[in-house]
Design a protein around this ligand. Structure first.
Ligand code: NAD
Ligand code: TYD
Length: 392
């Protein structure tokens, strides 16, 4: 394929052979070629250097022929090491940028002409949102709005067939639905929003904007609301990797409150496959709940991790369970999340493949085997967060 000055492939360079530079025939030919150009291969992923985004990119590069453009600001949660194996792949491009940078977005959309956006970029940690909510508004609300505006302008400029095929997939969370009592039915797509943390409120706001852009402007959007993910590449401020690494190092395992809070847990690769399924076959304007059918109390998760670490790393003195320490509860801590993921199964045939028992084993092993990755992400600002957060 021919190269442009910037080194990017330029499809359909034959146009120069058939017509003179400014002739009406050439202009017509260029318009015709643009309309029929193969757009189906480029996906713009935002936040692709984070936990779920990097798993999604690696899975897509392996299972599909899509070209992927990864736009990421590389906050503390973004890590390009996750994507080292594809860094030199011709189908992959990394762009270091903020989703709120509208001029950059405009140029990028114009240059790469994606047929879909998969929007992961967000501030994602509830505890951080409680301490310092500002960045959550800046990225999750203002950033999503900036992205929607630029995507809307780009989409309006597409030729008719491409407009119809285009998709904006917004990745969201079950936390927008609020908290359940122990006897309540699981969240469904029609459950009313009742976000409780600044993180959940910022995600709910972004979900509403995405919905409104479909309702008002016809932008072909899809929204997925997923439960708690676990797996490789998750930043160790979240429950599962934090507990694995503390257990490995013989440090206290800080369980908030009474440890009876319930979350639904899904292996990250199942989530990525669900997103790909919704992108391919989801009905425009719809939301899809994604979950693992796997509700667990926090204390049970921590005890399971302890037992696997003891088994893999070998007992060094007392069992890991003796490290469990109940600490002050998170303010406004949601008691229970549970997802009814029957719509995505019924309509699109997706169901999780990994069981919690196999997924958690793979995850513990991965963290124990990837010391260098762990060392890279647990320096500097990470240590500062752990010291500040768990000392109060
Ligand atoms: P993460 O915190 O690991 O990664 C977020 C990524 O976004 C990072 O690479 C970061 O650098 C990037 N980013 C942050 N602000 C940005 C900005 N302004 N511009 C460009 N990039 C920016 O998050 P995650 O756990 O991978 O979550 C991804 C998405 O999935 C989020 O939208 C989150 O709300 C949603 N989600 C997460 C879970 C979960 O359990 N982790 C569950 C359901 C939904
Ligand atoms: P987390 O991984 O932060 O995800 P979320 O708040 O988005 O569900 O936390 C999962 C659960 O684990 C949540 O109920 C809070 C609890 N938790 C602890 O008990 N101790 C900890 O150190 C952390 C980080 C979380």
């Amino acid at each position: 394929m021919h190269q442009q000055e910037d080194g990017k492939p330029r499809p359909f360079c034959l146009q120069w052979t058939f017509a003179g530079a400014n002739s009406p025939a050439r202009i017509q030919l260029v318009v015709w070629l643009r309309n029929f150009r193969d757009m189906e291969n480029t996906i713009l992923v935002t936040g692709g250097a984070g936990f779920i985004g990097s798993n999604f990119i690696l899975q897509r590069m392996e299972r599909a022929s899509d070209a992927i453009v990864n736009l990421d600001k590389l906050t503390y949660a973004g890590n390009l090491h996750n994507l080292e194996s594809i860094a030199n792949d011709r189908r992959y491009e990394f762009v270091h940028a903020d989703i709120a940078d509208r001029a950059l977005l405009r140029g990028l959309l114009e240059r790469r002409e994606p047929r879909a956006i998969v929007h992961f970029a967000a501030e994602s940690h509830v505890d951080r949102s409680i301490r310092e909510p500002d960045d959550f508004i800046r990225t999750n609300v203002d950033g999503t709005f900036a992205l929607l505006e630029e995507v809307r302008a780009y989409w309006n400029g597409l030729a008719k067939p491409h407009r119809a095929d285009f998709r904006f997939l917004h990745v969201s969370t079950d936390e927008v639905y609020g908290s359940l009592g122990s006897a309540d039915l699981a969240f469904s797509e029609t459950t009313a929003y009742a976000p409780n943390s600044p993180y959940a409120a910022s995600k709910a706001a972004s979900d509403h904007f995405v919905r409104a852009y479909h309702h008002t402007y016809g932008l072909p959007v899809l929204t997925t609301n997923c439960s708690n993910n676990y797996g490789r590449f998750q930043f160790p401020e979240k429950l599962i990797p934090l507990m694995i690494l503390n257990a490995r190092d013989g440090n206290p395992l800080p369980v908030y409150g009474d440890g009876q809070n319930v979350r639904d847990w899904l292996f990250v690769e199942d989530h990525c496959e669900a997103i790909a399924t919704v992108l391919a076959r989801g009905r425009v304007g719809q939301t899809y709940n994604i979950g693992g059918w796997n509700e667990k109390r926090n204390i049970d998760i921590v005890e399971t991790i302890c037992d696997i670490v003891d088994e893999i790393a070998g007992l060094r003195g007392a069992p890991c369970r003796s490290l469990i320490t109940f600490v002050k509860d998170r303010p406004g801590h949601d008691r229970r999340y549970a997802m009814d993921a029957s719509k995505i199964e019924r309509e699109l045939g997706w169901r999780p493949l990994e069981t919690f028992e196999t997924g958690i084993r793979k995850t513990v092993s991965w963290y124990l085997e990837h010391e260098e990755w762990v060392r890279d992400v647990t320096s500097g600002s990470y240590r500062q967060w752990i010291e500040t957060h768990y000392s109060s």
